[in-house]
Ligand binder design. Structure first.
Ligand SMILES: NC(=O)c1ccc[n+]([C@@H]2O[C@H](COP(=O)([O-])OP(=O)(O)OC[C@H]3O[C@@H](n4cnc5c(N)ncnc54)[C@H](OP(=O)(O)O)[C@@H]3O)[C@@H](O)[C@H]2O)c1
Ligand SMILES: *[C@@H]1O[C@H](CO)[C@@H](O)[C@H](O)[C@H]1NC(C)=O
Ligand SMILES: *[C@@H]1O[C@H](CO)[C@@H](O)[C@H](O)[C@H]1NC(C)=O
Length: 252
């Protein structure tokens, strides 16, 4: 049996959000799944077991934090686990969010925002592109796809976003620079603006029963994940750099 293409996702939250949904959707679509998550959480191992027990092939790769060095090192662990894997799709999904007035933003907030939203993304992108540029073209005429999860804050600041909108917008423009540099090598880089609230367990707890049961006001992680698979399945004659996704009743 020829081995499955590899999908690497970084950022799993508590297992109910976008990163985990993407892992499930890509596993169903026949990918091997490498789950990168911050250590001290058993989310990644539980999800790996779940995917393994439902016909998939997955492994957890914990890291202590998201920064340049930890992300570089974890790709070495993935290589050792699956030598010669074809890394055809990758998703940078972590996001550091703080909602505060500007005068309350601390140096720690700034450091965390820069480490997670920018430095870890540089390191992740470098490791993915180094591997994808060595791959043969696939049946879509590409070597691989590199995806990023953005937010409303990737495009617009607001009264409580000074602590993280600069990081999210930096991530967006990094992805555009990579798209332009690496499209010549048939590597597809795509960014998604998630312009609304996602139905994660955390958001449902925060907003309560009425918000949670309204089907019009939030993005389902599974539906975002289906859009990511759509991006990966695009062929090189018509591919998207940026997608924006929002629920039907979002004000924008
Ligand atoms: N939730 C929303 O309503 C919403 C709306 C628009 C855009 N987004 C974006 O969508 C992506 C996925 O979010 P989600 O809501 O599905 O999951 P989430 O539970 O909000 O967590 C986002 C991801 O970022 C990591 N993360 C969170 N806080 C962090 C921190 N302080 N330091 C380092 N890493 C941190 C987590 O990774 P680990 O758990 O593996 O450490 C997690 O996977 C993020 O990029 C987020 O910015 C979310
Ligand atoms: C998944 O199953 C394979 C063999 O079926 C095994 O080698 C691997 O260790 C399992 N991984 C997990 C995370 O359970
Ligand atoms: C900006 O913030 C205000 C105050 O929190 C909020 O009411 C408004 O909806 C926000 N605007 C956008 C476009 O998110």
């Amino acid at each position: 049996m020829s081995s499955r293409p590899l999908f690497v996702v970084l950022g799993l939250g508590d297992g109910s959000g976008t990163g985990s949904a993407a892992a499930r959707v890509f596993s169903q679509a026949g990918y091997r799944i490498a789950l990168i998550a911050r250590s001290g959480r058993d989310t990644a191992q539980k999800l790996a077991d779940e995917l393994n027990n439902t016909g998939g092939e997955a492994a957890a790769f914990p890291v202590s934090a998201y920064n340049y060095a930890t992300v570089h090192d974890v790709f070495g662990n993935i290589d050792r686990h699956w030598p010669n894997a074809q890394l055809r799709a990758a998703l940078f999904n972590a996001g550091h969010g703080v909602w505060k007035g500007f005068l309350d933003v601390t140096e720690e907030d700034i450091d965390a925002g820069v480490d997670v939203n920018i430095r870890a993304a540089y390191s992740f992108s470098r490791e993915v592109i180094l591997r994808q540029k060595e791959l043969p073209l696939n049946d879509k005429g590409k070597r691989g796809t590199l995806l990023f999860t953005g937010a409303t804050a990737s495009l617009r600041g607001n009264v409580t976003t000074s602590g993280f909108a600069p990081g999210k917008s930096a991530l967006r423009i990094l992805s555009q620079s990579l798209a332009k540099e690496f499209d010549k090598q048939n590597i597809h880089v795509a960014h998604s603006i998630i312009d609304g609230q996602i139905s994660t367990a955390r958001q449902r707890n925060l907003h309560g029963e009425e918000w949670s049961s309204n089907p019009d006001n939030k993005l389902l992680p599974e539906s975002i994940a289906q859009s990511y698979l759509y991006l990966v399945d695009q062929d090189r004659s018509a591919w998207t750099w940026e997608l924006d996704l929002r629920p039907a009743h979002e004000k924008w």
